[in-house]
Design a protein around this ligand. Structure first.
Ligand code: UDP
Length: 239
C-alpha cells in the first residue's frame, strides 16, 4: 500500500490538545466544529472512521501522580477526561448531519454506549463515525496505545496520528532549525533512528500488527481529508 491508496477503515488519534484550539485547557468550540467537519468529510469519502480521543486538555494521569494522586487513580481521572472529549466530539459530528456514536471502554451506560468490538464494527458498517473514549480502559496506558489497540482489533488499515507538526522530524523542529521531515519511514527505521512516532507501547502494537501510521498536522481545516488522500505534508510509516 502507498499513502495515496484508498483506505477502507481508519482510526484517527486526536489528542485532547487538538480540541483545545487557542484555549489553555478544555474545549474550543470552533476547533471542535472544524475537526467534526473534517471527520464527516472523511466519512463522506466512503472510509469507515473510528476516532480515539485523548484527554490531556483536561487531565493527564502522570500530571496527577506528580501532584500526589496514586497513579492508577489519576489514570481513572484521565480516562474520564477522554469521555468528556468524546461526548463533545460525538455531538459536534452529529451537528454536521453525520451520524456518530461515542463508545466508552469504561462502561458509563447513562452517558454513552459501552465499547465492544462488535458494537464498534456494527456502527462503522452503518456509516457512523465511532468515537472511542476511555483509551484502553486500563490505567498505565495512553490513548496512543488505545488507538493502536483499536486499530488492530477493528482491522483498521491505517492509524492517523494527528499532531501539531506535519510529520516525523529528525529532531524537534521547534528547537533545531536543521531538523528535516521524513516523507516515508518503516517501523524498523523509526525504532533504529529513535524517532518518537507514538509512545512506545502504541508503536510496538502497530509494528507487530503491521499497521501503517500516518503522522500529520491537525492545525489546518481539512487536514484529515487531505492526509487521507495523500495530499499535504505528512510522514507515512509502513512495514
Ligand atoms: N488513560 C489511561 N488509560 C488509557 C488511556 C488513557 O489511564 O488506556 C488516562 C491517562 O491518565 C492519560 C489520560 O487518560 O494521561 C489522557 O489520555 P492521554 O494522555 O493519552 O491524552 P492526550 O495526551 O492524547 O490528550
Amino acid at each position: 500500500r502507498s499513502k495515496a491508496e484508498p483506505w477502507r477503515r481508519i482510526v484517527v488519534k486526536l489528542s485532547g490538545e487538538a480540541l483545545m484550539g487557542g484555549e489553555s485547557h478544555g474545549l474550543d468550540s470552533s476547533t471542535l466544529t472544524r475537526i467534526a467537519i473534517d471527520l464527516s468529510d472523511a466519512a463522506a469519502l466512503g472510509v469507515e472512521v473510528a476516532v480515539v480521543v485523548g484527554g490531556g486538555n483536561f487531565f493527564r494521569g502522570i500530571a496527577g501522580a506528580d501532584k500526589g494522586i496514586e497513579r492508577a487513580r489519576a489514570d481513572s481521572i484521565g480516562m474520564l477526561a477522554t469521555v468528556m472529549n468524546a461526548l463533545a466530539l460525538e455531538f459536534a459530528i452529529e451537528k454536521q448531519g453525520q451520524s456518530a456514536r461515542a463508545l466508552s471502554a469504561v462502561p458509563m451506560p447513562s452517558l454513552c454506549e459501552a465499547y465492544s468490538r462488535q458494537a464498534a464494527l456494527h456502527h462503522l458498517a452503518k456509516g457512523r463515525i465511532v468515537v472511542l473514549a476511555g483509551g484502553t480502559g486500563n490505567p498505565f496506558f495512553t490513548t496512543d496505545t488505545g488507538a493502536a489497540l483499536r486499530g488492530a482489533e477493528l482491522s483498521c488499515d491505517l492509524i492517523m496520528k494527528a499532531t501539531k507538526v506535519d510529520g516525523v522530524y529528525s529532531a524537534d523542529p521547534k528547537r533545531d532549525p536543521t531538523a528535516t521531515r521524513y516523507e516515508k519511514l518503516t517501523h524498523d527505521e523509526a525504532i533504529a533512528k529513535n524517532l518518537a512516532v507514538m509512545d512506545t507501547a502504541a508503536f510496538a502494537l502497530a509494528r507487530e500488527n503491521r499497521i501503517p501510521i500516518l503522522v500529520f498536522s491537525i492545525l489546518d481545516a481539512g487536514a484529515i481529508c487531505a492526509a487521507l488522500q495523500g495530499k499535504g505534508r505528512a510522514t507515512f510509516v509502513s512495514p
